[in-house]
Design a protein around this ligand. Structure first.
Ligand code: ADP
Length: 404
């Protein structure tokens, strides 16, 4: 059986096709610049790459191009459309409505549409991807996997903000959390690696990509996470600010006279690593850091100091012995410098970092251990794979339907 995973954005559609239950990646790709004069299609299967420049009118056109590629006899990826039994969609915001993955029906689509007020840039194109996929992949069930669902287990003291209750009740202002698919996937892989039942595992997972978030996981469930109602709070990120005194925002508007769209751009696109050092690519910043560049040093020190603080805070939140601190995503999996700066001097917290193992670790698809054998808390790198997790979830939904 084959499962297609779709991540539909405003002007692009990413996809991956998996053979299940073996989890083999059969094909993947990206359709970008949808609606522009020159769209681009990038397809991959086995060791082959296909790049096509042509106009992609809209999301339906993009999905049809993906379908034609997958069904093309020449490539032999999918023999007939019926082989694709499920299409799993990434949906950014499930609000308080979705605690788990769901099979899409009209009610689900209506709710995703209603939740667009919480994620105006993401939910509408995610929904469009679902609606068009229903037309193009008619034989498949459509499945929605929410970035927020894993964090619906947060206790009230973690998700409520100290505001008058009507702000929660009328406007839904609370912490929802994001990157849930990634945090959940790496937690499961770490539990497998440790040969433990996930329900007995306590972790701090650090998703450090362009977007960054930390999650406290107790008995396999998310009990706190650093992203809140939107995707700009918590850890310092590539271009997003992370936590800041809210009075600063008022100061920017009232005293400095910035408009709301300017402030939005500053906090979301021109802060974080890019704001401090002019670049959000950690590879470049690391080179500059090693060369003694002052702004790169400041950016990396701010970035790692904040991650350290979250580790301390989340240890207190979990309140039971921690099995592991887990690094994942582009920076977490690949940057010895960042891992070293985050994990140095954490011995009082039971973390004995293995500096040698850290420096010698190269990009890896496996789980790797970066703590010494006598460390009370392990430090692991676990490569994330959100597409595979969406395929796993879609497969689970198919099995559930068959069992009914
Ligand atoms: P996203 O999915 O959020 O766009 P990724 O998880 O792909 O992001 O992570 C992107 C980040 O990972 C970039 O800042 C990039 O510089 C960083 N990165 C990738 N490889 C390395 C590396 N070898 N060393 C340091 N940083 C890296």
């Amino acid at each position: 059986m084959k499962i297609l995973v779709i991540n539909s954005g405003s002007s692009s559609i990413k996809f991956a096709l998996y053979l299940m239950p073996t989890r083999d990646l059969l094909a993947s790709g990206l359709v970008e610049r949808i609606g522009e004069n020159e769209g681009a299609l990038h397809f991959k299967y086995d060791d082959n790459k296909i790049d096509i420049i042509r106009r992609v009118l809209n999301h339906k056109d993009g999905l049809e191009a993906i379908s034609e590629f997958l069904l093309n006899d020449q490539y032999g990826i999918v023999a007939s459309e019926e082989e694709i039994q499920a299409v799993g969609h990434r949906v950014v915001h499930g609000g308080e409505k979705f605690h788990d993955t769901v099979v899409v029906d009209d009610a689900v689509k209506d709710t995703v549409r209603e939740l667009s007020n919480l994620a105006p840039l993401h939910n509408p194109p995610n929904l469009l991807g679902i609606e068009e996929s229903e037309k193009v992949f008619k034989h498949a069930i459509q499945v929605a996997v929410f970035d927020t669902a894993f964090h619906q287990t947060l206790p009230m003291n973690a998700y409520r903000e100290p505001l008058p209750p009507e702000f929660y009740e009328r406007y839904g202002i609370r912490k929802y959390g994001f990157h849930g698919t990634s945090h959940s996937y790496v937690a499961k892989r770490a539990a497998d690696y440790l040969n433990k039942d996930l329900k007995e595992c306590n972790f701090i997972t650090l998703h450090l990509g362009n977007g960054c978030s930390a999650t406290a996981i107790k008995n396999g469930r998310s009990v706190d996470t650093s992203l809140g109602m939107t995707t700009i709070g918590g850890l310092m990120m590539g271009t997003r600010i992370g936590d800041i005194d809210p009075g600063v925002v008022l100061h920017l508007v009232e005293d400095i006279g910035m408009g709301t769209s300017e402030v939005k751009k500053l906090l979301g696109k021109n802060s974080g690593l890019k704001g401090v050092a002019g670049d959000n690519d950690m590879r470049e910043l690391s080179i500059r850091y090693e060369q003694g560049d002052e702004s790169a040093r400041l950016a990396i020190e701010l970035y790692t100091y904040r991650i350290k603080k979250f580790i301390g805070a989340y240890m207190a939140v979990v309140g039971s012995p921690l099995d592991a601190v887990i690094f994942t995503a582009g920076v977490g999996e690949n940057s010895p410098l960042i891992r070293r700066m985050v994990c140095s001097n954490l011995e009082p917290l039971g973390i004995q970092f293995n500096y040698e193992a850290n420096e010698s670790l190269r990009s890896s698809q496996e789980v790797n251990e970066l703590s010494t054998t006598d460390s009370l808390v392990k430090v692991l790198t676990v490569p994330t794979n959100e597409e595979l997790e969406i395929a796993n979830e879609s497969f689970r939904m198919l099995q559930h339907q068959e069992a009914l």
